[in-house]
Design a protein around this ligand. Structure first.
Ligand code: GN1
Ligand code: MG
Length: 364
Protein backbone atom coordinates (compact mmCIF):
# COMPACT_ATOMS: atom_id res chain seq x y z
CA UNK A 1 0.00 0.00 0.00
CA UNK A 2 1.37 3.47 -0.84
CA UNK A 3 2.14 5.58 2.25
CA UNK A 4 -0.84 7.89 1.77
CA UNK A 5 -3.28 5.04 0.94
CA UNK A 6 -4.60 4.96 4.49
CA UNK A 7 -8.09 3.83 5.49
CA UNK A 8 -8.61 7.32 7.02
CA UNK A 9 -7.99 8.94 3.67
CA UNK A 10 -10.52 6.71 1.88
CA UNK A 11 -13.15 6.75 4.62
CA UNK A 12 -13.23 10.56 4.36
CA UNK A 13 -14.30 10.33 0.73
CA UNK A 14 -17.50 8.38 1.37
CA UNK A 15 -20.90 9.90 2.15
CA UNK A 16 -20.89 8.87 5.81
CA UNK A 17 -23.40 10.61 8.12
CA UNK A 18 -20.64 12.45 10.03
CA UNK A 19 -16.90 12.54 10.52
CA UNK A 20 -15.27 9.15 11.22
CA UNK A 21 -14.01 9.08 14.82
CA UNK A 22 -12.40 5.67 14.89
CA UNK A 23 -11.29 3.24 12.21
CA UNK A 24 -10.05 -0.13 13.46
CA UNK A 25 -9.01 -3.36 11.76
CA UNK A 26 -11.86 -5.81 11.35
CA UNK A 27 -10.30 -9.27 11.20
CA UNK A 28 -11.15 -12.08 8.79
CA UNK A 29 -10.22 -13.22 5.30
CA UNK A 30 -6.85 -13.98 3.76
CA UNK A 31 -6.79 -11.46 0.94
CA UNK A 32 -8.68 -8.21 1.52
CA UNK A 33 -8.60 -5.76 4.45
CA UNK A 34 -11.63 -4.57 6.38
CA UNK A 35 -12.02 -1.75 8.90
CA UNK A 36 -14.85 -0.96 11.27
CA UNK A 37 -15.73 2.74 11.17
CA UNK A 38 -17.49 4.75 13.91
CA UNK A 39 -18.77 8.20 13.07
CA UNK A 40 -19.26 11.02 15.55
CA UNK A 41 -22.68 11.29 17.14
CA UNK A 42 -24.28 8.28 15.39
CA UNK A 43 -24.75 4.71 16.53
CA UNK A 44 -24.69 3.27 13.06
CA UNK A 45 -21.34 1.72 12.11
CA UNK A 46 -19.74 1.05 8.74
CA UNK A 47 -17.39 -1.45 7.17
CA UNK A 48 -14.68 0.02 4.99
CA UNK A 49 -13.03 -2.54 2.74
CA UNK A 50 -9.92 -2.54 0.62
CA UNK A 51 -10.22 -5.24 -2.03
CA UNK A 52 -6.78 -6.47 -3.12
CA UNK A 53 -6.21 -5.35 -6.71
CA UNK A 54 -3.70 -8.10 -7.41
CA UNK A 55 -6.27 -10.81 -6.76
CA UNK A 56 -9.28 -8.82 -7.97
CA UNK A 57 -7.90 -6.71 -10.82
CA UNK A 58 -11.08 -5.23 -12.31
CA UNK A 59 -13.05 -3.30 -9.68
CA UNK A 60 -15.72 -2.12 -12.09
CA UNK A 61 -16.61 -5.68 -13.08
CA UNK A 62 -16.79 -6.82 -9.44
CA UNK A 63 -19.07 -3.94 -8.56
CA UNK A 64 -21.26 -4.47 -11.62
CA UNK A 65 -21.80 -8.10 -10.62
CA UNK A 66 -22.56 -7.12 -7.03
CA UNK A 67 -24.98 -4.40 -8.12
CA UNK A 68 -26.91 -6.80 -10.34
CA UNK A 69 -26.99 -9.54 -7.72
CA UNK A 70 -28.04 -7.16 -4.94
CA UNK A 71 -30.78 -5.57 -7.03
CA UNK A 72 -32.15 -8.98 -8.00
CA UNK A 73 -32.09 -10.32 -4.45
CA UNK A 74 -33.70 -7.20 -3.02
CA UNK A 75 -36.68 -7.41 -5.40
CA UNK A 76 -37.45 -10.82 -3.93
CA UNK A 77 -36.77 -10.42 -0.21
CA UNK A 78 -38.47 -8.47 2.56
CA UNK A 79 -37.06 -5.15 3.73
CA UNK A 80 -36.62 -6.73 7.16
CA UNK A 81 -34.14 -9.23 5.75
CA UNK A 82 -30.70 -7.61 5.91
CA UNK A 83 -28.53 -7.56 2.83
CA UNK A 84 -25.29 -5.71 2.14
CA UNK A 85 -26.01 -2.00 1.54
CA UNK A 86 -23.33 0.08 -0.13
CA UNK A 87 -22.59 3.64 0.95
CA UNK A 88 -21.66 5.79 -2.02
CA UNK A 89 -18.79 8.22 -2.23
CA UNK A 90 -19.48 11.95 -1.80
CA UNK A 91 -19.42 12.11 -5.59
CA UNK A 92 -22.09 9.42 -5.86
CA UNK A 93 -19.82 6.60 -7.05
CA UNK A 94 -20.16 3.06 -5.64
CA UNK A 95 -16.43 2.69 -4.95
CA UNK A 96 -12.98 4.27 -5.30
CA UNK A 97 -9.87 2.89 -6.89
CA UNK A 98 -6.44 3.76 -5.49
CA UNK A 99 -3.23 4.22 -7.46
CA UNK A 100 -2.24 0.57 -6.87
CA UNK A 101 -5.50 -0.69 -8.39
CA UNK A 102 -7.18 -1.64 -5.10
CA UNK A 103 -10.90 -1.08 -4.72
CA UNK A 104 -12.21 0.79 -1.67
CA UNK A 105 -15.87 0.62 -0.69
CA UNK A 106 -18.09 1.08 2.34
CA UNK A 107 -20.99 -1.05 3.52
CA UNK A 108 -23.44 -0.32 6.31
CA UNK A 109 -22.31 -2.63 9.12
CA UNK A 110 -24.86 -5.35 9.92
CA UNK A 111 -25.39 -5.14 13.69
CA UNK A 112 -26.23 -8.00 16.03
CA UNK A 113 -24.57 -10.61 13.85
CA UNK A 114 -21.87 -13.17 14.54
CA UNK A 115 -19.43 -14.63 12.10
CA UNK A 116 -18.08 -18.11 12.81
CA UNK A 117 -15.06 -19.76 11.25
CA UNK A 118 -16.69 -23.19 11.64
CA UNK A 119 -20.10 -24.40 12.72
CA UNK A 120 -20.17 -24.81 16.50
CA UNK A 121 -23.37 -26.82 16.58
CA UNK A 122 -25.55 -28.64 14.02
CA UNK A 123 -28.22 -25.93 14.05
CA UNK A 124 -25.62 -23.41 12.85
CA UNK A 125 -24.61 -25.70 9.99
CA UNK A 126 -28.29 -26.14 9.10
CA UNK A 127 -28.90 -22.38 9.15
CA UNK A 128 -25.85 -21.59 7.05
CA UNK A 129 -26.79 -24.36 4.61
CA UNK A 130 -30.28 -22.92 4.33
CA UNK A 131 -28.95 -19.39 3.72
CA UNK A 132 -26.60 -20.46 0.92
CA UNK A 133 -29.31 -22.68 -0.60
CA UNK A 134 -31.77 -19.76 -0.56
CA UNK A 135 -29.15 -17.47 -2.09
CA UNK A 136 -28.66 -19.91 -5.00
CA UNK A 137 -32.43 -20.23 -5.46
CA UNK A 138 -32.88 -16.43 -5.44
CA UNK A 139 -30.27 -16.12 -8.18
CA UNK A 140 -31.50 -19.05 -10.28
CA UNK A 141 -33.57 -16.72 -12.47
CA UNK A 142 -31.17 -13.78 -12.73
CA UNK A 143 -31.79 -12.49 -16.24
CA UNK A 144 -29.52 -10.57 -18.58
CA UNK A 145 -25.99 -11.23 -19.74
CA UNK A 146 -23.76 -13.77 -18.03
CA UNK A 147 -22.13 -12.25 -14.92
CA UNK A 148 -18.46 -11.32 -15.31
CA UNK A 149 -16.07 -14.11 -14.56
CA UNK A 150 -14.18 -12.22 -11.85
CA UNK A 151 -11.33 -14.71 -11.42
CA UNK A 152 -11.10 -17.04 -14.42
CA UNK A 153 -10.73 -20.77 -13.67
CA UNK A 154 -11.39 -20.03 -9.99
CA UNK A 155 -12.73 -23.51 -9.16
CA UNK A 156 -11.11 -25.29 -12.09
CA UNK A 157 -9.39 -27.93 -9.96
CA UNK A 158 -7.32 -29.44 -12.82
CA UNK A 159 -5.82 -26.03 -13.51
CA UNK A 160 -5.11 -25.61 -9.75
CA UNK A 161 -3.17 -28.89 -9.98
CA UNK A 162 -1.25 -27.57 -12.99
CA UNK A 163 -0.22 -24.56 -10.95
CA UNK A 164 0.92 -26.89 -8.16
CA UNK A 165 3.06 -28.86 -10.64
CA UNK A 166 4.67 -25.62 -11.79
CA UNK A 167 5.34 -24.52 -8.21
CA UNK A 168 6.97 -27.87 -7.43
CA UNK A 169 9.15 -27.62 -10.53
CA UNK A 170 10.22 -24.04 -9.87
CA UNK A 171 10.61 -24.44 -6.11
CA UNK A 172 11.27 -20.72 -5.83
CA UNK A 173 11.15 -20.62 -2.03
CA UNK A 174 13.23 -23.80 -1.71
CA UNK A 175 10.53 -25.56 0.29
CA UNK A 176 9.75 -28.64 -1.83
CA UNK A 177 12.05 -30.98 0.09
CA UNK A 178 10.37 -30.10 3.40
CA UNK A 179 6.83 -30.78 2.16
CA UNK A 180 7.19 -33.99 0.26
CA UNK A 181 4.41 -35.78 2.20
CA UNK A 182 1.87 -33.08 1.45
CA UNK A 183 2.90 -32.85 -2.21
CA UNK A 184 2.72 -36.63 -2.64
CA UNK A 185 -0.71 -36.77 -1.05
CA UNK A 186 -2.02 -33.96 -3.23
CA UNK A 187 -0.67 -35.50 -6.42
CA UNK A 188 -2.08 -38.92 -5.50
CA UNK A 189 -5.53 -37.24 -5.48
CA UNK A 190 -5.13 -35.47 -8.82
CA UNK A 191 -7.43 -37.92 -10.67
CA UNK A 192 -10.23 -36.87 -8.30
CA UNK A 193 -10.05 -33.26 -9.42
CA UNK A 194 -11.84 -33.19 -12.78
CA UNK A 195 -15.39 -34.47 -12.16
CA UNK A 196 -17.20 -31.13 -11.87
CA UNK A 197 -15.28 -29.37 -14.62
CA UNK A 198 -16.06 -32.27 -16.98
CA UNK A 199 -19.71 -32.37 -15.87
CA UNK A 200 -20.06 -28.64 -16.57
CA UNK A 201 -18.41 -29.02 -19.98
CA UNK A 202 -20.74 -31.88 -20.86
CA UNK A 203 -23.80 -29.91 -19.73
CA UNK A 204 -24.62 -32.63 -17.21
CA UNK A 205 -24.05 -30.17 -14.36
CA UNK A 206 -25.80 -26.83 -15.05
CA UNK A 207 -23.80 -23.63 -14.86
CA UNK A 208 -25.50 -21.35 -12.33
CA UNK A 209 -24.83 -18.11 -10.51
CA UNK A 210 -23.22 -19.19 -7.26
CA UNK A 211 -21.31 -17.63 -4.38
CA UNK A 212 -17.99 -19.43 -4.99
CA UNK A 213 -16.65 -18.71 -1.48
CA UNK A 214 -19.47 -20.16 0.62
CA UNK A 215 -17.48 -20.79 3.74
CA UNK A 216 -19.08 -20.67 7.18
CA UNK A 217 -17.73 -17.22 8.01
CA UNK A 218 -19.43 -15.76 4.96
CA UNK A 219 -22.86 -16.41 6.46
CA UNK A 220 -23.82 -13.94 9.19
CA UNK A 221 -25.86 -15.45 12.03
CA UNK A 222 -28.12 -13.48 14.35
CA UNK A 223 -26.18 -13.32 17.61
CA UNK A 224 -29.34 -13.81 19.70
CA UNK A 225 -31.38 -16.38 17.81
CA UNK A 226 -28.65 -18.13 15.79
CA UNK A 227 -30.78 -17.70 12.64
CA UNK A 228 -28.85 -17.01 9.44
CA UNK A 229 -29.20 -13.32 8.58
CA UNK A 230 -27.40 -12.87 5.31
CA UNK A 231 -24.70 -14.16 2.98
CA UNK A 232 -21.72 -11.79 2.64
CA UNK A 233 -18.46 -11.46 0.65
CA UNK A 234 -20.01 -11.24 -2.79
CA UNK A 235 -16.80 -10.54 -4.73
CA UNK A 236 -16.66 -13.99 -6.29
CA UNK A 237 -20.38 -14.33 -7.07
CA UNK A 238 -20.22 -15.42 -10.70
CA UNK A 239 -21.06 -18.38 -12.94
CA UNK A 240 -20.11 -21.73 -11.45
CA UNK A 241 -21.67 -24.82 -9.92
CA UNK A 242 -23.88 -25.13 -6.85
CA UNK A 243 -21.46 -27.90 -5.90
CA UNK A 244 -18.66 -25.40 -5.35
CA UNK A 245 -20.74 -23.79 -2.62
CA UNK A 246 -21.88 -27.03 -1.02
CA UNK A 247 -18.27 -28.26 -1.09
CA UNK A 248 -17.01 -25.10 0.60
CA UNK A 249 -19.69 -25.45 3.26
CA UNK A 250 -18.61 -29.02 3.93
CA UNK A 251 -14.99 -27.89 4.09
CA UNK A 252 -15.71 -25.27 6.74
CA UNK A 253 -18.65 -26.70 8.69
CA UNK A 254 -17.97 -30.36 9.30
CA UNK A 255 -15.03 -29.91 11.63
CA UNK A 256 -14.68 -27.49 14.53
CA UNK A 257 -10.87 -27.34 14.31
CA UNK A 258 -9.43 -24.20 12.67
CA UNK A 259 -8.43 -24.15 9.02
CA UNK A 260 -4.74 -24.25 9.97
CA UNK A 261 -5.05 -26.91 12.73
CA UNK A 262 -1.70 -28.60 13.32
CA UNK A 263 -3.02 -31.58 15.28
CA UNK A 264 -4.42 -33.56 12.37
CA UNK A 265 -6.14 -36.01 14.72
CA UNK A 266 -8.55 -33.16 15.44
CA UNK A 267 -9.43 -32.73 11.78
CA UNK A 268 -12.39 -35.08 11.54
CA UNK A 269 -15.66 -34.61 9.65
CA UNK A 270 -18.55 -34.83 12.08
CA UNK A 271 -21.52 -36.81 10.69
CA UNK A 272 -24.07 -34.86 12.78
CA UNK A 273 -22.80 -31.63 11.25
CA UNK A 274 -22.98 -33.13 7.77
CA UNK A 275 -26.56 -34.24 8.25
CA UNK A 276 -27.60 -30.82 9.57
CA UNK A 277 -25.85 -28.99 6.73
CA UNK A 278 -27.34 -31.28 4.08
CA UNK A 279 -30.83 -30.95 5.62
CA UNK A 280 -30.63 -27.14 5.77
CA UNK A 281 -29.25 -26.86 2.26
CA UNK A 282 -31.55 -29.38 0.58
CA UNK A 283 -34.57 -27.97 2.41
CA UNK A 284 -33.89 -24.68 0.62
CA UNK A 285 -32.32 -25.66 -2.71
CA UNK A 286 -33.66 -29.13 -3.55
CA UNK A 287 -36.15 -27.77 -6.09
CA UNK A 288 -33.46 -26.31 -8.38
CA UNK A 289 -30.95 -29.18 -8.21
CA UNK A 290 -30.75 -31.88 -10.87
CA UNK A 291 -29.81 -35.53 -10.30
CA UNK A 292 -26.15 -34.99 -11.14
CA UNK A 293 -25.86 -32.20 -8.59
CA UNK A 294 -27.48 -34.34 -5.90
CA UNK A 295 -25.29 -37.32 -6.77
CA UNK A 296 -22.13 -35.24 -6.42
CA UNK A 297 -22.91 -33.40 -3.17
CA UNK A 298 -20.69 -35.54 -0.95
CA UNK A 299 -17.94 -35.59 -3.56
CA UNK A 300 -18.03 -31.78 -3.69
CA UNK A 301 -16.76 -31.64 -0.10
CA UNK A 302 -13.82 -33.85 -1.04
CA UNK A 303 -13.15 -31.77 -4.13
CA UNK A 304 -13.24 -28.32 -2.54
CA UNK A 305 -11.20 -29.42 0.49
CA UNK A 306 -8.66 -30.95 -1.89
CA UNK A 307 -8.62 -27.90 -4.19
CA UNK A 308 -8.23 -25.49 -1.28
CA UNK A 309 -5.42 -27.64 0.12
CA UNK A 310 -3.71 -27.61 -3.27
CA UNK A 311 -4.00 -23.81 -3.39
CA UNK A 312 -2.53 -23.40 0.13
CA UNK A 313 0.28 -25.81 -0.68
CA UNK A 314 1.06 -24.05 -3.96
CA UNK A 315 1.21 -20.72 -2.17
CA UNK A 316 3.50 -22.15 0.50
CA UNK A 317 5.85 -23.37 -2.26
CA UNK A 318 5.63 -19.96 -3.97
CA UNK A 319 6.68 -18.16 -0.77
CA UNK A 320 3.24 -17.10 0.59
CA UNK A 321 2.35 -14.52 -2.00
CA UNK A 322 -1.43 -14.99 -2.18
CA UNK A 323 -2.89 -16.03 1.19
CA UNK A 324 -1.87 -13.82 4.10
CA UNK A 325 0.13 -15.70 6.74
CA UNK A 326 0.64 -14.83 10.40
CA UNK A 327 3.26 -17.44 11.22
CA UNK A 328 5.85 -19.66 9.60
CA UNK A 329 4.51 -22.62 7.59
CA UNK A 330 0.92 -21.51 8.07
CA UNK A 331 -0.04 -22.22 4.46
CA UNK A 332 1.54 -25.67 4.72
CA UNK A 333 -0.45 -26.32 7.92
CA UNK A 334 -3.61 -25.10 6.20
CA UNK A 335 -2.91 -27.47 3.31
CA UNK A 336 -2.28 -30.47 5.58
CA UNK A 337 -5.50 -29.78 7.49
CA UNK A 338 -7.49 -29.67 4.22
CA UNK A 339 -5.92 -32.96 3.17
CA UNK A 340 -6.80 -34.55 6.53
CA UNK A 341 -10.38 -33.45 5.94
CA UNK A 342 -10.32 -35.05 2.48
CA UNK A 343 -9.30 -38.34 4.10
CA UNK A 344 -11.93 -38.05 6.80
CA UNK A 345 -14.76 -37.34 4.36
CA UNK A 346 -13.58 -40.15 2.07
CA UNK A 347 -13.62 -42.62 4.95
CA UNK A 348 -17.26 -41.73 5.73
CA UNK A 349 -18.42 -41.32 2.17
CA UNK A 350 -20.91 -44.23 2.14
CA UNK A 351 -22.66 -42.96 5.30
CA UNK A 352 -22.82 -39.41 3.96
CA UNK A 353 -24.21 -40.65 0.63
CA UNK A 354 -26.97 -42.50 2.48
CA UNK A 355 -27.90 -39.29 4.33
CA UNK A 356 -28.14 -37.37 1.04
CA UNK A 357 -30.30 -40.08 -0.54
CA UNK A 358 -32.68 -40.00 2.39
CA UNK A 359 -32.91 -36.22 2.60
CA UNK A 360 -33.12 -35.65 -1.16
CA UNK A 361 -36.03 -38.02 -1.58
CA UNK A 362 -37.80 -36.56 1.47
CA UNK A 363 -37.42 -33.02 0.08
CA UNK A 364 -38.93 -33.71 -3.39
C1 GN1 B 1 -9.86 -16.84 0.41
O1 GN1 B 1 -10.16 -14.00 1.47
P1 GN1 B 1 -11.13 -15.00 1.87
O2 GN1 B 1 -10.75 -15.54 3.18
O3 GN1 B 1 -12.56 -14.55 1.74
C2 GN1 B 1 -10.06 -17.32 -1.02
C3 GN1 B 1 -11.05 -18.47 -1.05
C4 GN1 B 1 -10.56 -19.60 -0.14
C5 GN1 B 1 -10.38 -19.05 1.26
C6 GN1 B 1 -9.79 -20.10 2.17
C7 GN1 B 1 -10.53 -14.78 -3.76
O4 GN1 B 1 -11.05 -16.27 0.85
O5 GN1 B 1 -11.15 -18.97 -2.37
O6 GN1 B 1 -11.47 -20.67 -0.11
O7 GN1 B 1 -9.49 -17.92 1.24
N1 GN1 B 1 -10.56 -16.23 -1.85
C8 GN1 B 1 -9.97 -15.93 -3.03
O8 GN1 B 1 -10.04 -19.73 3.50
O9 GN1 B 1 -9.04 -16.57 -3.49
MG1 MG C 1 -13.79 -14.35 0.07
Amino acid sequence: MAADDTPQRYAAQFALPSKPTSIVDFPGGHINDSYLVHCSGVEERFLLQRVNGEVFPEPSRIMENIARVSAHVSTKTHDSQPFLQLVETREGAPYLEDTSGNLWRVYAFIEGATMKESAGAPHEAAEAGRAVGEFQVLLADLSGPRLHEIIPLFHDTPSRFQTLHTAVQNDIANRVSSCRTAIDFALSCEPLGSRIVLGLEAGEIPERVVHNDAKMSNVLLDAQSGRALCVVDLDTVMPGSTLYDFGDMMRTMLCAAPEDERDLNRVVANPAMFEALAAGYLGAARSILNDAEIALLVYSGVLISLETGVRFLTDHLDGDRYFRVHRKNQNLDRAQAQFALVRSIMSQRAEFEAVVQRLASAAT
